[in-house]
Design a protein around this ligand. Sequence first.
Ligand code: SAH
Length: 254
Amino acid sequence: MSAADVTDATPAADPAGGVVIVVAMAAEAAGIRAQLGLDGRGAVLHPAFPARWWSTAALDDPITVVTNGVDPDFGVDSIGTQAATTTTLHAIERFTPRVVLSAGTCGGFAARGGAIGSTYLATEVRRHDRRIEVDGMREMMRADEGVLEAAGIASELGIGVGPVTTSDSLDAPPLDLARMTEVGAVAKDMEAAAVAWVCRRHGVPFQACKVVTDLVDDPEQTQVQFLRNLAAASDRLAEIVPSVATALLRHTST
Ligand code: SAH
């Protein structure tokens, strides 16, 4: 067990390279960390932000988990694209990973074969909420942020693939829904496209692994479905994310 596992203090040595797994909520990360033997409160990623990190730093190819942490003003997990952006930026600059994985829960779509517990890697990752009718800006706001091709990994692990789309809202108003339908989204989340955007700027390969907690096209309220299925989806993340991370390391080894 490294110092990062048990203390808030900055460990003597940071992990270098390997894979960084960016997770929004503590509950989503708990099982993944347990599978990787990463316990404790985690270390502070940056003094101005609540994000935490843990790492299997003893390995040649470290697997580092970062969470966005608990918002100091509101006492809840720092979900959404702002925290995802700063966490990813700080983690990439500090740990220079070879590949980054955004892991967490998502909304799914029964119309496109989704069910509670369905698991996906991304074929593309976009925002579904950004609309501006100005040339150039329209394209920037709607762009695919880019993913590492991972169809092989997905079929090896028995995972689905498809477009992942992101916004800062748990609900799905009609204009957002129209965009998700247009791109054929299989997963709707609140972080992936922001993580991918930072990766693109840094030239670091990106993937997303998302497990469905709720169906966007189900009449039952999203937050009710989400809370009912969060524990089971987190168990599924624990089962699959370490395998995805290892496969991504193999895929990107030089
Ligand atoms: N009330 C909840 C809020 C969770 S927000 C709580 O704090 O317990 C939803 C989180 O899960 C986000 O980090 C997002 O990435 C993911 N998520 C799950 N289902 C989603 C959906 N239908 N739409 C958007 N994000 C979703």
